[in-house]
Design a protein around this ligand. Structure first.
Ligand SMILES: Cc1cc2nc3c(=O)[nH]c(=O)nc-3n(C[C@H](O)[C@H](O)[C@H](O)COP(=O)(O)OP(=O)(O)OC[C@H]3O[C@@H](n4cnc5c(N)ncnc54)[C@H](O)[C@@H]3O)c2cc1C
Length: 424
């Protein structure tokens, strides 16, 4: 086994959407960057493949939105359940009002190739970050197994984007707060002649084979290529664990939708866990920071994380460019809290509510069929689409922000607000 030592401005561990886009942003500021991934591209990733306008906006900034929306884009979300259906077009915000969906095999490869096209970026595939070399919480180097060869890489800054399980983050002390709400989800692909349907569909009345309503939703995201991504996810907490087998639930859900969508058999079925809403601690050290899924930047209400991955990538590069010599241990969690703290806290609280078995069967019919339907459902679609922004000045946004501040204030005493141990 050879031993090689190299030095870069930035080392990025993990080349999913978060890591690959961080490499693009780093390259644009002239930083010599090494981007590594344990897999080789193209590679699959268990996902719903849905891209809301918020993600498309980030892709515009990266210069690849047209390559994603060129062949297929969608206009909004159709929500179904409890005897009703609502059509919610993506709203006109400063984001684009186009959404899309693209298989992660293709999408992640697109972003990886974009990163690779920058001369400041060196890429290593089949390169797994194994061990940190630490001095206190300063990361002096990383031992990497690159196609069987052991290499030590030194970098001024290290961005860790190693996904939901964050194996390297764990070695730096990253901890998942298991008492917070988390998701369990499964997806499959199905052939259909209806894959050009310009809406994504969510079924929020997700019943298991015994007819019991589950705290989650089923989705059908058309891909515009003869297939749909079909899946289901449920929310869980340690005290109220979702008692479901997601793959079985997925097959039941596919059966219910088969006729309307003329679906072929499910294939490439895969499932995964989703820590959400910033429910991890120790997301930064002196010269390193966690982004995307490794920092649990996933919306607890819809399981969406690609947009947060792309956004935290840009924020991370900004942060280290603005603070080239500062210790990031407190700076990075602060930055994340500023951007997402209130939204995540409110979404986590709402998601926790959904895990009470009485809640959905009671609230669902009211939302879909009651007199409040017109007001509630477009709002729900905005929440599901991650489209509440500081710039939104309408009633919903103000209500959301006020509730966020109130909940943040109410939970201030909780250890989650301890900035040395947690993101939110
Ligand atoms: C069933 C399901 C459905 C979902 N649906 C959606 C959806 O429709 N829309 C949406 O926006 N989000 C969705 N999500 C969430 C979304 O998949 C994630 O938020 C997104 O993949 C995060 O990207 P990432 O780059 O942070 O991590 P990843 O995409 O997981 O990339 C992490 C990378 O790190 C690499 N890696 C890991 N360890 C190491 C190591 N030690 N050394 C080197 N490399 C390493 C891995 O090989 C991988 O390529 C879904 C998730 C699930 C589970």
């Amino acid at each position: 086994m050879g031993f090689v030592s190299t030095t870069f401005d930035v080392l990025i561990i993990g080349a999913g959407p978060s890591g690959a886009s961080a490499a693009v942003h780093a390259a644009r500021t002239g930083l010599q960057t090494l981007l590594i991934d344990a897999s080789s591209f193209p590679r699959d990733k268990t996902c719903g493949d849905g891209l809301t306008p918020r993600a498309i906006h980030q892709l515009e900034l990266l210069g690849v939105a047209d390559q994603v929306t060129g062949d297929y884009f969608n206009k909004g979300l159709k929500l179904h359940g409890f005897g009703g259906s609502v059509e919610a077009p993506w709203p006109e915000t400063y984001f684009t009002n186009k959404g899309s969906a693209m298989s992660r095999m293709e999408f992640d490869d697109l972003l990886f190739r974009l990163a690779k096209s920058h001369e400041e970026v060196t890429t290593w595939e089949n390169a797994s970050a194994q061990d940190p070399i630490l001095r206190g919480n300063f990361l002096e180097g990383v031992v990497i197994n690159h196609a069987g060869q052991e290499k030590t890489v030194k970098a001024k800054h290290v961005i860790i984007a190693d996904g939901v399980r964050s194996p390297f983050g764990k070695k730096l002390g990253r901890q998942w707060q298991r008492d917070e709400v988390y998701g369990i989800a499964a997806r499959a692909y199905c052939e259909t002649p209806l894959s050009d349907e310009p809406w994504i569909h969510s079924h929020v009345e997700l019943r298991d084979e015994d007819g019991v309503v589950q705290p989650g939703y089923g989705w059908i995201f058309p891909l515009g290529n003869g297939t749909v991504n079909l899946g289901c996810g449920a929310l869980s907490t340690d005290t109220r664990p979702a008692k479901i087998n997601t793959k079985k639930l997925l097959s039941f859900y596919a059966g219910q939708r088969r006729k309307a969508w003329q679906l072929g058999p499910e294939h490439d079925v895969a499932s995964a866990l989703l820590p959400m809403g910033g429910a991890v601690s120790n997301v930064a050290g002196a010269n390193w920071m966690l982004i995307g899924d490794s920092a649990a930047c996933v919306n607890p209400l819809n399981g969406e994380g690609i947009d947060y991955g792309l956004e935290t990538a840009a924020m991370a590069v900004d942060t280290l460019v603005e603070n080239p010599k500062r210790d990031l241990t407190l700076v990075w969690p602060h930055r994340l809290r500023d951007a997402y703290g209130e939204t995540f806290m409110l979404a986590r609280t709402a998601a926790r509510l959904l895990t009470y078995p009485q809640f959905l069967p009671m609230a669902g019919p009211l939302a879909f069929r009651g007199p409040l339907q017109k007001a509630i459902m477009p709002a729900a679609a905005r929440l599901m689409g991650n489209l509440i922004t500081e710039e939104d000045k309408d009633l919903l946004a103000r209500g959301w922000q006020a509730a966020g501040s109130a909940i943040s204030w109410a939970r201030k005493g909780s250890p989650l607000w301890d900035s040395t141990s947690s993101l939110v």
